[in-house]
Design a protein around this ligand. Structure first.
Ligand code: SF4
Length: 201
């Protein structure tokens, strides 16, 4: 498999097929983050040939062990940044080798949603993209700015509503305590205003 550096995935993706679609992070500026520091580059997208080779290899193993795949998780800090056309190509490849696959997840940044049209989001949902994991960290604008997240609480609400509209569910990663002593409630304020489908800490 073409895995590069440490492979990170949410705990609830433990039984998903892990396919590398990107390596590293397009942002790479969050003050607290060291997740992809072991890579010699900032960001790279996987060639489709590598993805197809990995799917073939996984298919061989699954046949051997009699395992059926129902969910695939694209690894990398934010594969959702890829153009919708590229994500659709990847979904077609997954469907080709794993017709039992029902959904595709990945990490996404809020800014990855911004660059897609509503029509593209609907097409991605149709192709199986669902339960996307977003590390929003906090709803506190001061903390978001201090940590260089690259967006504000209002952006989270607007973009997640677009996900809601497209029928794409999402999970949040929060960093409890990111706002500092006595500011916990401010950091959680996004929970009260956004129609989040599920929240994980
Ligand atoms: S967007 Fe995620 S992976 Fe990228 S630097 Fe920030 S926390 Fe790290």
């Amino acid at each position: 498999m073409h895995y590069t550096g440490t492979v990170w995935r949410p705990p609830y993706e433990a039984s998903s097929l892990l396919i590398e679609a990107t390596a590293g992070c397009t942002h790479h500026k969050c003050k607290f983050c060291t997740l992809y520091d072991d890579l010699p580059f900032k960001f790279r997208l996987s060639p489709l040939e590598d993805i197809e080779e990995d799917l073939k290899e996984a298919q061989r193993h699954c046949k051997l062990w009699g395992r059926k795949i129902s969910r695939t998780f694209l690894v990398g800090a934010n594969p959702f940044v890829l153009k919708a056309s590229r994500l659709l190509e990847i979904a077609s490849l997954i469907q080709k080798y794993f017709p039992t696959n029902q959904s595709i997840g990945c990490f996404a940044r809020i800014t990855d949603i911004t660059i897609k049209s509503d029509e593209e989001l609907a097409a991605l949902r149709e192709a199986g993209y669902d339960s996307i994991t977003i590390g929003i960290e906090t709803g506190d604008n001061d903390a978001l700015t201090f940590m260089n997240k690259g967006y504000q609480a209002e952006d989270i609400i607007v973009q997640c509503r677009r996900f809601d509209h497209a029928g794409i569910r999402y999970n949040f990663f929060y960093l409890t305590g990111i706002s500092g002593r006595g500011r916990g409630e401010k950091g959680q304020s996004i929970q009260q205003t956004s129609a989040t489908s599920s929240i994980r800490r």
